[in-house]
Design a protein around this ligand. Structure first.
Ligand code: AMP
Length: 283
């Protein structure tokens, strides 16, 4: 496994080594877990070369404390990647990705995608995501890129970015299922920041979504939102930020059941200082 810190060294290596081979790319912010590894496994099955980036992208954090506290453990990550058949790791510095102030700005227009749910509650977040992923795509020029359904709205954003704005790069964007802990909690790098009590309570987030999947047709949309909100907020460590039902892939708000084929329930919950998201297909 090769590790590169600069764009130049990475691209020079590409020129000499990877002619004609299919390249998979998985962008991450590190603090790797089984969710990330599931993306790598799939990418390795479908491609010759797997490239993983580890970059805690400051421009996608709308909360300075979240950025400061974000877990970082590069040595552990590199060992894990080595053991999991990753071929190449890109660990750029902030100045490598953003050489000047102008390079931090994104000029895309994603309309509704950036206005609802995560877009609404984390202003600027998706601008940062689109900007960094577009930079990484242009540097690495993969054939395939893999993203998790865990960040459902992010996947929709990136798919739109690749198809609408970066179509000349011809990158196929793939989505991989959510990997969960035994009690159902969606794996997330931020989970390590939870206290033991908070961690126990956090399982209620996915358990409430599983309950919603089994019971949604018994309620109207508004009633179900209330039920879910009450269940989450009944726990002293949890505070719901939003629960929304949207269509996949349009992200249209669902106002009654039955018309849309694919309905996704998306939730964001504050657990102390840690903000967690999750989602589930209702139909
Ligand atoms: P992150 O390091 O949080 O930016 O995530 C990097 C990639 O891993 C994104 O495409 C995420 O959606 C994906 N990912 C994170 N957690 C999970 C999970 N529990 N299951 C599947 N994919 C995940």
């Amino acid at each position: 496994m090769q590790v590169f810190e600069t764009v130049l060294s990475l691209q020079n290596y590409f020129k000499t080594e990877f002619n004609g081979k299919s390249i998979a790319f998985i962008p991450t912010m590190g603090a790797l877990h089984q969710g990330h590894l599931s993306l790598i496994k799939r990418a390795k099955n479908e491609n010759d070369i797997v490239v993983v980036s580890i970059f805690v992208n400051p421009t996608q954090f709308n909360n300075a404390n979240d950025l400061k506290n974000y877990p970082r453990n590069l040595d552990k990550d590199l060992k894990l990647l080595e053991r999991n058949n990753c071929d190449l790791v890109f660990t750029p510095s902030v100045s490598e990705i953003y050489p000047d102030e102008n390079s931090k700005k994104s000029t895309y227009n994603f309309g509704k995608i950036v206005e609802v749910m995560e877009g609404k509650f984390r202003p600027g977040h998706f601008d940062g995501v689109a900007n960094v992923v577009s930079r990484l795509f242009k540097i690495i020029k993969p054939d395939n890129a893999y993203f998790g359904q865990k960040d459902f709205q992010q996947y929709i954003l990136i798919k739109t970015l690749a198809d609408k704005y970066l179509s000349d790069l011809n990158i196929q964007v793939h989505r991989c299922p959510i990997i969960r802990e035994e009690d159902g909690l969606a794996m997330s790098s931020r989970n390590v920041l939870l206290s033991p009590e908070q961690r126990k309570s956090a399982a209620l987030i996915s358990q409430t979504l599983f309950w919603a999947k089994d019971n949604y047709q018994k309620y109207t949309v508004d009633e179900l939102k209330k039920q879910i909100t009450n269940k989450i907020n009944a726990d002293k460590y949890l505070k719901i930020e939003y629960i929304e039902f949207v269509s996949d892939p349009e992200l249209n708000e669902i106002t009654n059941w039955g018309l849309e084929q694919k309905i996704v329930a998306c939730i964001a919950v504050q657990v102390g200082d840690v903000r967690l998201i999750d989602n589930i297909y209702l139909s």
